[in-house]
Ligand binder design. Structure first.
Ligand code: NIG
Ligand code: FE
Length: 409
């Protein structure tokens, strides 16, 4: 390392999540971390720290430092709310029945189309702040409540604007193939043509998306239709992600794996064959226990097969007005243990290292290691097992994004 650094944090324990270090957390007890610019330049046991001077020194007081958390799947820019549907579902209607009756995603599409960009921005701010206050330093935001060119662009521009004004990394994903808009009723193939030939090229031209997603499900788009979206995305050099097999087995996961997708998301209904295809293609699993919980699903993703095959298991909020109106990634960590059977260490890997894999950014984030971005959270806890166990009161004492100390407000 250089002899001078910008920031030196000492007297901390580091849950590095570095898989090359021993233990489930890659823990380094009594560690020191040196930061210059936006990167970690040295991390290791404090007694091995080379002689150096720092502009700022922070005494970590024996607390635990983790990578900044990564929420790799959200739909947090949207208009309106669906509290009425919540009541209907509590009364016995299913998510699919509500969707088929013109509610669900389409009800949020109507509200999002009607909202101004400023209104969408203002409504998104508290959701973003809630995540940031929990130590989330990277957030993915999808479009998909526009389903027409102007509104998809409006949603993505709002997401980019949030990134300009808040000290958090935001990656955006175009999910124009989320549902069939009412004006294309009975003409799903024509809508897919619009997505492939107009919406995605316009989004790419304005550099509004870092990836492309699609909802491959019986109530949304077929494997054949999604294959066209994937082809268009890859042609524009955009990586793909797929909402796959949340409600039924459809073959979406194998399709995604064939295309080398970054991730498949939800995946309650995948089979052993699907898991093998993911392992082969390096496609990450994104587990969304909050949607499983909200929709009162009973079919759990095949965690044991994913674990045995070494497929990275990311965990995310899926923050959206329908299947998961819950802006807490920490609660998702807890749910992933209680509902899906992950260990607390797998839960932390799910919101750091594996979430970075699911976003295609594991070369820069998700692990505390020299050369990677200094996105970090310092937690007043005695063991990192507390992160998946305690919800609500355990908050980060300090949050750093790109080496800068931040507060979400
Ligand atoms: O990830 N599965 C599809 N899309 C969202 C739900 C969107 C909504 O209900 O508004 C999801 O669960
Ligand atoms: Fe989703």
């Amino acid at each position: 390392m250089t002899e001078r650094c910008d920031l030196l944090i000492t007297n901390v324990h580091a849950a590095t999540m570095d898989p090359s270090l021993p233990g489930a957390y890659g823990a380094v007890e009594d560690a020191a971390v040196a930061v210059t610019g936006n990167k970690i330049v040295w991390i290791g046991p404090r007694r091995e720290l080379p002689d150096c001077t720092a502009d700022q020194v922070i005494d970590g007081e024996g607390q635990w430092l983790t990578p900044g958390l990564i929420d790799c799947h959200t739909h947090l820019v949207y208009g309106g709310h669906r509290a009425g549907e919540f009541a209907r579902r509590l009364g016995g209607e299913s998510y699919e029945e509500v969707a088929r009756a013109g509610g669900g995603i389409l009800s949020t599409v109507r509200a999002t189309r009607a909202a101004s960009a400023d209104d969408l921005y203002r409504k998104a701010e508290p959701r973003l702040k809630a995540l940031m206050n929990e130590g989330v330093t990277t957030i993915e935001i999808k479009s998909g409540y526009g389903l027409d060119l102007d509104t998809e662009l409006k949603q993505l521009r709002v997401a980019r604007r949030l990134a300009q004004h808040y000290p958090v990394n935001i990656l955006t994903t175009c999910l124009a193939a989320h549902a069939l808009p009412p004006e294309y009723d009975g003409r799903a193939d024509d809508y897919i043509d619009l997505v492939c030939n107009e919406i995605l090229p316009a989004v790419a031209k304005e550099q509004l998306a870092d990836a492309v997603d699609m909802f491959c499900e019986n109530i949304a788009f077929s494997v054949e239709q999604c294959e066209k979206v994937i082809e268009a995305a890859l042609h524009l050099d955009l990586p793909v992600k797929v909402h796959a097999e949340q409600l039924a087995a459809t073959g979406a996961t194998r399709m995604a794996a064939r295309a080398g997708a970054l991730s498949v998301e939800h995946i309650e209904y995948i089979t052993a064959e699907d898991v093998a295809a993911m392992a082969e293609s390096g496609t990450a699993a994104v587990l969304l226990p909050g949607a499983f919980y909200t929709l009162k699903e009973t079919r759990v993703p095949p965690i044991e097969s994913l674990r045995a095959a070494g497929v990275p298991m990311a965990i995310s909020t899926d923050l959206n007005p329908g299947s998961c109106p819950i802006a807490s990634l920490r609660l998702m960590m807890n749910m992933s243990c209680n509902l899906f059977g992950l260990t607390p260490a797998e839960a932390l890997a799910g919101v750091t290292r594996s979430a970075a894999r699911a976003l295609g950014i594991c070369c820069s984030r998700g692990v505390l290691r020299a050369g990677l971005r200094a996105d970090m959270a310092l937690w007043p806890m005695e063991t990192p097992d507390q992160l998946a166990y305690e919800v609500g009161a355990l908050r980060p004492a300090e949050i750093f994004v790109g080496g800068h100390h931040v507060t979400a407000g």
